[in-house]
Design a protein around this ligand. Structure first.
Ligand SMILES: [Zn+2]
Length: 492
């Protein structure tokens, strides 16, 4: 039986602001859409947090036995410099500044994005569609919205009529904003805008003469509005009504609100059953900002080439650190916090490595079934990874007790314990045992050699050398323990 049948997943739905039982539209299948990056600069650490969380959602759904179609787009056109539909296309600006083709910008930063995801052990999505690959479909959707009376053309640009939509539907259903309040709070656009109302948003923008990214359309040579691509691509690949839509909290308004308005107008049905949003990431308790220098790129964390952190950290440590916080809480990224995570991560990996050497005994001193239930319960509770990790550390404690002959597991329990622990650590959280196999075997060999040399030194009553070996190993974080069956060691 598939695991999802015995695990009732609960998901916090940003739309209803409640934790709800997750029920997929088609049993056994899940459709999930996550707004991807705008590829006009290097992958942003805040976005990586969001994608990393949805990578774990994807991994857990797969682990539960769902067939998941995971769509994460690449925005390679149409994302303007600000949300008021003013300014230039972000990619076109970058291309002009750097005197290169827009598609060179897109190519460069798409490669960078994929490089980061590969380094951090992300599973690739099922489909990664691009905005420029769906211009035809976007034009078709605009035609449909105009036909239904919810969009109007002015001077070659097309705008979505928020007020007309709001007469029948609820613009603000996701973000909780009210059109009336928006009216009062939005500055007037100095008569520069073609919009009937400042809340209206662009579906199509006419390109001015200098604008290098442009496509022909019934209204003008121009480019699509940013919100449109997600409605088009989610509908095309997941249907008019699909299960999960995710993204960073900052996308709730206006981006996701506009997506709902567009999709609902065309299909007449609610596009998404569960909206999920990740909270923001701070760096040293402050917003990340290039201009203040409080900024770090995901790959710079791995290389150590930065002025923010005291040293390099491995991708698995960064993943572990991310998962120690709930996705709906603010995450504060700092050197101290990462160093603490690095220690916890090393303990976990040491235990997981030792697990392979454990031998079964006649009786179990640990309730594997109850522990396993706790692990699933944590993930079933809106993907509560910090609670899951606390249960993984109960497993670490058990492994250490077994190591010291203070606990034991029967063959069946050991098998189940191993499978469950490995599944959560590697398949679900996507951690990597970086010091396993090769390097850890080498370290073990070297320490065993030093233990042997120390034994010989002691037999020769060379206490100075014996103490030196012990002390210098301690300084390296390797603790020797003398027992009646010889000397063992542990890594701190
Ligand atoms: Zn989107």
């Amino acid at each position: 039986m598939e695991l999802y049948k015995e695990n009732q997943l609960k998901v916090y739905n940003s739309l209803t602001k409640k934790k709800e039982d997750f029920k997929s539209i088609t049993e056994g299948y899940v459709g999930m859409y996550v707004c991807g990056p705008t590829v006009y600069s290097n992958a942003h650490l805040g976005n990586v947090r969001t994608f990393m969380f949805f990578d774990v959602v994807y991994r857990y759904l797969l682990h539960l036995g769902y067939k998941v179609r995971y769509v994460r787009n690449i925005t390679d056109a149409g994302h303007l410099e600000n949300d008021a539909d003013e300014g230039e296309d972000k990619i076109a600006v970058k291309a002009r500044l750097e005197q290169i083709e827009p598609m060179e910008v897109v190519q460069r930063y798409t490669v960078d994005f994929h490089d980061v995801l590969k380094n951090y052990n992300f599973l690739p999505p099922s489909i990664e569609p691009t905005a420029t690959g769906h211009i035809v479909e976007q034009i078709e959707m605009i035609k449909e919205i105009i036909e239904k009376g919810f969009a109007y053309e002015v001077n070659g640009s097309v705008y979505f009529d928020v007020h007309e939509y709001n007469k029948k539907e609820n613009y603000g259903i996701l973000s909780g904003r009210k059109v009336e309040d928006l009216l009062n709070n939005t500055r007037t656009l100095d008569g520069q805008s073609d919009k009937k109302n400042p809340q209206d948003f662009a579906l199509w923008k006419k390109a001015d003469e200098k604008h290098i990214m442009r496509w022909p359309s019934p209204w003008s040579d121009g480019f699509p509005g940013w919100h449109l691509e997600c409605s088009v691509m989610s509908t095309k690949y997941l249907g008019e009504n699909f299960d999960i839509h995710g993204g960073g909290m900052d996308l709730k308004f206006p981006h996701h609100e506009c997506e709902i308005a567009q999709s609902q107008t065309c299909s007449g049905v609610t596009p998404v059953n569960y909206w999920m949003h990740t909270n923001m990431l701070l760096l040293n308790s402050q917003r990340m900002s290039k201009s203040t220098g409080n900024f770090i790129l995901p790959n710079e964390i791995l290389s150590g080439e930065n002025d923010i952190l005291p040293k390099a950290f491995s991708a698995s440590v960064v993943r572990f650190f991310n998962m120690q916080a709930n996705y709906r809480s603010i995450l504060d990224f700092s050197g101290d916090a990462l160093e603490a995570s690095e220690k916890g991560h090393a303990k976990l990996m040491e235990a997981v490595t030792f697990l392979e050497k454990i031998e079964a005994k006649n009786e179990s001193t640990f309730n594997v079934e109850a522990w396993k239930k706790d692990c699933y319960a944590a993930m079933n509770d809106d993907f509560n990874t910090p609670i899951l990790i606390s249960h993984l550390f109960e497993a670490v404690k058990l492994i250490n007790q077994i190591k010291e002959s203070n606990a034991s597991l029967t063959a069946d329990d050991l098998e189940e314990f191993k499978n469950t622990l490995n599944a959560f650590v590697f398949d679900v959280l996507g951690l990597m045992n970086e010091n396993s196999q090769d390097s850890s075997e080498k370290i073990n060999g070297v320490v065993e050699l030093l233990i042997k040399l120390r034994k010989e030194a002691r037999e020769n009553k060379d206490w100075a050398l014996s103490d030196q070996i012990r002390d210098e190993l301690i300084a390296l974080g390797i603790q020797l323990k003398d027992g009646k069956d010889g000397t063992t060691f542990s890594l701190n």
